[in-house]
Design a protein around this ligand. Structure first.
Ligand code: MN
Length: 227
C-alpha cells in the first residue's frame, strides 16, 4: 500500500521503557465526581456521567510548554486519571475491563469553558470546546505490571504553586472498571484507546505565563508552562 502523504502515528511515552504507546482514540468522562458536577451546575444524584471524545493528536506531553489556544478567553484545567487500554472488546464485564488495562497516566483535560457554555446553551456539540490542538495533556504511562491498579489515590492540581484541585480518585461516581464496561456498550474498545476519567472539583482558569502542576500519587505528575 502506498500512502499519498505520510501520516505520523500519535504515540505516548511509557515510563521506564523505550517503547511507545500508540494512541488510537481519546474518550473522556464528563461529571464523574459529584462535587465537580455540582460546580458545573449539574445534579449528580439525577444525571449519570457521560462520554465525549477528543482527537488522538490532541495529545501533548506532561512537561511541554503549551501555547495558549485560539478562540477562548477562559481556558480551564481539569486534572484527571487516564486509563490506557492494552486490549479491548464489546460489552465487557468489569472483571474483563480490568484485564484490558495496560496502564495509567495523569492527564489535564483542557477546556475552552466559554465555548462549552455557549454550546450547552445552544444544545450544540462540545467538540470545539474540548477537542482542540494540545487539549489532552498526558504524563508518561505507568504500566499495571509496575504499579497495579490505583483505585484510591490523591489527585491534585496547582497553578503557580497555589492549590486549585485536591481530591481522591476513589470519589469517582463511575470507578474505572465501570467506565470501561459502560463505554464498551457504546463502541468496541481497542488497544491504544485512552480514557480520561473525569475531574474533581476546583476547575479554574489558566492564563499565559501560568505554571500548571498536578499529579496522582503512585501514578505520576505533570508540569506545563502556558505561553
Ligand atoms: Mn474532564
Amino acid at each position: 500500500m502506498t500512502l499519498i502523504f505520510p501520516l505520523e502515528a500519535v504515540t505516548a511515552e511509557i515510563a521506564g521503557s523505550d517503547a511507545r504507546f500508540p494512541v488510537r482514540r481519546i474518550f473522556c468522562v464528563g461529571r464523574n465526581y459529584a462535587e465537580h458536577a455540582r460546580e458545573m451546575g449539574g445534579a449528580p444524584e439525577r444525571e449519570p456521567p457521560f462520554f465525549f471524545t477528543k482527537p488522538a493528536d490532541a495529545i501533548v506531553g506532561g512537561l511541554a510548554d503549551i501555547a495558549m489556544p485560539a478562540r477562548t478567553a477562559n481556558l480551564h484545567h481539569e486534572i484527571e486519571l487516564v486509563v490506557a487500554l492494552g486490549t479491548g472488546g464489546c460489552d465487557l464485564s468489569e472483571d474483563a475491563a480490568i484485564e484490558a488495562i495496560f496502564g495509567y497516566a495523569v492527564g489535564n483535560d483542557l477546556t475552552r469553558r466559554d465555548l462549552q457554555a455557549e454550546a450547552k446553551a445552544a444544545a450544540r456539540p462540545w467538540d470545539m470546546a474540548k477537542g482542540f490542538d494540545q487539549s489532552a495533556v498526558l504524563s508518561p504511562i505507568r504500566r499495571v505490571a509496575d504499579i497495579g491498579h490505583p483505585f484510591t489515590a490523591r489527585i491534585w492540581l496547582s497553578v503557580n504553586g497555589t492549590a486549585r484541585q485536591d481530591g481522591d480518585i476513589s470519589d469517582m461516581i463511575w470507578p474505572v472498571p465501570a467506565i470501561i464496561a459502560e463505554l464498551s456498550t457504546y463502541v468496541e474498545l481497542k488497544a491504544g484507546d485512552l480514557i480520561y476519567t473525569g475531574t474533581p472539583a476546583g476547575v479554574g482558569q489558566v492564563v499565559a505565563g501560568d505554571l500548571v502542576e498536578g499529579g496522582i500519587d503512585g501514578v505520576g505528575s505533570i508540569a506545563n508552562r502556558f505561553i
